[in-house]
Design a protein around this ligand. Structure first.
Ligand code: CAA
Length: 263
């Protein structure tokens, strides 16, 4: 792959978008490679993913404006679908995905971060949906996910005015969970990912599914989704090990690493 690198460190996989000449902007090839990178993730050995951008200036500066500039209506719609398909795949990927936003997260960059489960960022991060200034709408989920994350009023203000916001404001409105100095960002992302990976993986996956699926339906249906995924955890090795460890009176054994299974 030319623009995506994937490395695994223990149970944690790191996907890096690496197209420095265009501040990691998303062209069709980057989107195809991102899709291929997700194919590569071994769900037997990986329990959490981190998505980041190469360099210390930009996470992703948006969809590729050069590529979009000559598209017809039909091609524009198809390009939107291409991005949406990959981003949706990321959103429903079986394991949690943390966006480590290390700089500009504009347009498609803000949108890809929002398809991740959790966003943390560096102090120099800038978020925004500048599309209306380019004569288009956000097209990789921005009109939908931003409103769901920060509320319709704030999302409409950001999208209609095309105003970028800095890390502290992104934190204040709940778009990111935490802000770190640039040099500490990846360590913080890896610490969080390792913390997730240390939990029972079947339970973590079921939590992701319960939250994602439950948010799409009313509360009566949502709690049924939870009941099924809760029940699904029982009789697993993870549940036996997790509860067995708690019930074990021997403090040494109680503290031992739980041999959680991945499936
Ligand atoms: N597409 C293509 N190329 C891009 C790009 C993008 N989104 N963002 C940056 N680049 C390229 C620039 O063209 C430039 O290339 P050259 O060196 O060949 O000229 C290179 O990256 C460096 O960029 P700048 O010289 O502009 O760097 P800067 O530090 O002066 O500014 C920036 C940085 C503020 C991020 C600026 O590059 C910028 O505004 N980029 C565009 C951001 C944007 O509008 N994103 C939304 C795109 S639309 C979208 O994403 C639609 C959707 O929802 C699907």
């Amino acid at each position: 792959m030319e623009f995506i690198t994937y490395e695994q460190d223990g149970f944690v996989g790191v996907i890096t978008i690496n197209r420095p000449k265009a501040l990691n902007a998303l062209n069709s090839q980057v989107l195809d490679e991102l899709n291929a990178a997700l194919d590569e993730v071994d769900l037997e050995t990986t329990r959490a993913l981190i998505l980041t951008g190469a360099g210390d200036k930009s996470f992703v500066a948006g969809a590729d404006i050069g590529e979009m500039s000559t598209l017809t209506k039909a091609e524009g719609e198809a390009f939107g679908k291409k991005g949406n398909d990959v981003f949706r795949r990321l959103e429903v990927f079986p394991i949690p995905v943390i966006a480590a936003v290390n700089g500009f997260a504009l347009g498609g960059g803000c949108e890809i971060s929002m398809s991740c489960d959790i966003r943390i960022c560096s102090e120099n991060a800038v978020f925004g949906q500048p599309e209306v200034g380019l004569g288009i709408t956000p097209g990789f989920g921005g009109t939908q996910r931003l409103a769901r994350l920060v509320g319709a009023g704030m999302a409409k203000q950001m999208i209609y005015t095309a105003r970028n916001i800095k890390a502290d404001e992104a934190y204040r409105i709940g778009l990111v969970n935490a802000v770190y100095p640039q040099e500490e960002l990846m360590a913080a992302a890896k610490k969080m990912a390792s913390g997730i990976a240390a939990q029972a993986p079947i339970a973590v996956r079921n939590c992701k599914k319960a939250i994602n699926d439950g948010l799409q339906v009313d509360m009566d249906k949502a709690i049924v989704i939870e009941e099924k995924l809760f029940g699904d955890c029982f009789e697993t090795e993870d549940q036996k090990a997790g509860m067995g460890n708690f019930l074990e009176k021997d403090k040494e054994k109680k503290l031992k690493v739980v041999p959680f299974q991945n499936k």
